[in-house]
Write a protein that binds this ligand. Sequence first.
Ligand code: ACO
Length: 325
Amino acid sequence: MALRSRISGTGSCVPRKVVTNQDLERIVDTSDSWISSRTGIKERRVSVGETTVVMAVKAARNALKSADISAKEIDLVVVGTVTPEMIFPSTACLVQSQLGIKSGAAAFDVSAACSGFLYALDAADKYIKAGAAKKALVIGVDQFSRIIDWKDRSTCVLFGDGAGAVVLSAGEGERGVLSSVIHSDGRHWEMLYAPGSIQPSHFEEKAANDYYVKMNGNETFKLAVRTMGKAITDIIEDAGLATEDIALLIPHQANIRIINATKERLKLPDDRVFTNIEKYGNTSAGSIPLALDEAVRAGRVKDGDIVVFVSFGGGLTWGATVVRW
Ligand code: ACO
């Protein structure tokens, strides 16, 4: 029988500091009613000392605990992040070191903005299916508070910091990842980007002397609705299922209106779509695994359920995964 990767544990971590919409009213010209009605966000978490690696390690420890395995059993670590702890080494290597994961395991980061976790999951799933890894730690983490211009009301109200992690275990049988796809279209990189450097770059006109996240919100919104809806219908079909089979959709938490539009497009009832955007905003690569961990802990995912993840983010990148829990 073919190998499958099963999600055998989940974990998450968010910083302690809560920043409400009212707090933001004191920093930029905005209002709770604008943020709530346009995005669904009420508050977000902002790191004070909980850097990318701190959140990643804590989320990973929680995932290992829920999988009831030791870090020593992990032979692959993949971290999706666009706010790594350092330029190098990879955050994955830092996680490996802090968790005491054995020397010789493989550890690497992937950069796919808000799709970072699904890109990381896709890679780890393929290693497991190929027999190249038995137990993988897959982490999505971002600390956007570091790359947000806190004077730009069009972006600073949207993002928060957070991390989520899963343990993938190789096994045979019906449970696990049934289908996984990732996609990108670099032509639209200017929709959403963070130059991250004051040095002139190849993209000098756009990137020079600028550091923070830039976004064409309107266009990103329209593309997100179209792309996520299609990604779900395509992957469900690929897995030989129908949308009615979806027990729980866990979409990237970017904007409640994007999530609602996707839900309506697929005619999914409210109780089959998980959201926690009101508490955390858009945590980029942290968003899906953080939502998954909350859904699992809230008893929203039962053995045998068809669970679907879908993401959309800078790059442009998007991805979808179908899992039989
Ligand atoms: N408070 C008050 N007013 C604001 C704010 C704010 N925080 N931000 C913008 N406005 C104003 C604008 O200046 C504009 O004013 P004007 O009409 O006088 O010009 C007005 O509100 C409307 O602005 P729009 O940009 O048209 O508002 P829209 O309804 O499109 O909502 C939003 C903006 C929330 C950003 C939405 O477009 C969105 O969510 N886009 C998608 C974001 C996303 O999904 N990103 C992808 C993933 S992120 C990643 O990959 C890292």
